[in-house]
Design a protein around this ligand. Structure first.
Ligand code: S3P
Length: 427
């Protein structure tokens, strides 16, 4: 499906809410499915990725009831309550579904097969398969288990201390979740801290979890109890509107009820360092997660260097950060972001090629990109390559471009932000 975006003539003003956090929604269903009793979820993201997770746990014999859009009840059967699935578990486009499910399946003494779409089938799985094999799970798959489809027979695990070569919450979560099924302590050490929603939610379900800097430890065989979870708005979705308002003259926007976990707020910190006027108001804690209302005003931005420990804190926001950088004075350098190459698309190639087509002065680097701000963008036909965050970043670039931008394969926004184009067009 194509989506046509016109350059904006006015300002972006008002108040809006974005759909629920994708990472927290996945974890709420997964942990609910291995807890005892009912888990009640409000604000669940009804995006395709999270619906893949729901479909997978249903195939494992767990009842999930949808009371209304965003309101789900999961009827968990305890740690060892999953049943051997009769069908293949399909993670669709979702790396979080596949990698976290593999961690949980590793704890179960039965056979299961996981598959994904063309994009997910080409993404690296050895990063979770290797540590799960080291814990005792038997996993096989395409390219010796480096890619999906993967088959797994779990059970009889032993705890490990795993030093992950990458900062990845999906790797950390897979290992910690497998660690629930074996006696003793399982530890993951990361090069830089990734998002910590698994650790926070596990603790709220009753597990013993310790986190010190980049080291996280879980104690095995906990009794997990069904919980009430309020999923906050997804900061990764809010980021498109933060940038749209920051670059559109006269704009002033309030984003309500957004998750502001420090392991996710790199985009706010970096935009502020670029000169954006952003304030977090009404800060509070809901279900263990920090939440706030975020106000953003149009601002004159300056190019900066983004690197190191900030990268895992804004990895999904880099496509739209490139749009902010194009509207900044001077040069923005994004480095240490080689992980972009193994997302839903190679996001260094997809961002650079499509933003350049709109007239951006942007060059790829092995581990990031360089953007020189100040060029006027001009609408043209661009492609999201079926990557939801590329489609939305191109739309934000499109509203700041002269003329008309046509985004091909724009339906991919349903992965994480159903209704994105309607919301954008309402401005
Ligand atoms: C996610 C972790 C990140 C992120 C993805 C969601 C999660 O991936 O890019 O969109 O929910 O754990 P990595 O763990 O591969 O960095």
């Amino acid at each position: 499906m194509n989506e046509v975006i016109k350059g904006i003539s006015g300002k972006i003003q008002g108040t809006l809410s974005v759909p629920g956090d994708k990472s927290i929604s996945h974890r709420a269903v997964l942990l609910g499915s291995i807890a005892e009793g009912r888990t009640e979820i409000e604000g669940f993201l009804m995006g395709e990725d999270c619906l893949s997770t729901v479909a997978c746990v249903r195939k494992l014999g767990i009842e999930v009831e949808t009371l209304a859009p965003g309101q789900l009840h999961v009827f968990g059967k305890g740690l060892f309550g999953w049943q051997e699935p009769r069908e293949i578990l399909d993670a669709g486009n979702s790396g979080t579904t596949m990698r976290l499910m593999l961690g949980l399946l590793a704890g179960h003494p039965f056979h299961a097969v996981m598959k994904g779409d063309a994009s997910l089938s080409s993404r690296p799985m050895a990063r979770v398969v290797d540590p799960l094999r080291a814990m005792g799970a038997r996993i096989d798959g395409r390219n010796e288990g480096k890619n999906a489809p993967l088959s797994i027979r779990g059970g009889n695990l032993h705890p490990i201390t795993y030093s992950s070569p990458v900062s990845s919450a999906q790797v950390k979560s897979a290992v910690l979740l497998a660690g629930l099924f074996t006696e003793g302590e399982t530890t993951v050490i990361e090069p830089a801290k990734s998002r910590d929603h698994t650790e926070t939610m596990l603790a709220s379900f009753g597990a013993q979890v310790k986190t010190t800097g980049c080291i996280s430890t879980v104690k095995g065989l906990p009794r997990l109890k069904g919980e009430k979870i309020m999923v906050p708005g997804d900061i990764s979705s809010a980021a498109f509107f933060l940038v749209a308002a920051a670059i559109t003259p006269g704009s002033e926007l309030m984003l309500k009820n957004i998750g502001v976990n420090p392991s996710r707020t790199g985009i706010i910190d970096v935009l502020k360092r670029m000169g954006a006027q952003i304030t977090c108001q009404n800060e509070r804690i809901e279900a263990g997660e920090p939440v706030a209302d975020i106000q953003v005003k149009h601002s004159h931005l300056q190019g900066i260097t983004v690197e190191g420990d900030d990268i895992p804190r804004l990895i999904d926001e880099i496509p739209v950060l490139a749009v902010a950088a194009a509207h900044a004075t001077g040069t923005t350098v994004i480095k240490d972001a080689g992980e972009l190459r193994v997302k839903e698309t190679d996001r260094i190639i997809s961002v650079v090629s499509q933003m350049a087509a709109l007239g951006m002065d942007i060059e790829p680097r092995e581990d990031g990109m360089v953007i020189r701000g100040g060029r006027t963008l001009k609408g043209t036909a661009v492609n999201s390559f079926h990557d939801h965050r590329i489609a939305m970043a191109l739309a934000v670039a499109g509203i700041s471009a002269a003329g008309v931008t046509t985004i091909e394969n724009a339906e991919s926004v349903k992965i994480s932000f159903p209704g994105f184009f309607e919301m954008l067009k309402s401005f």
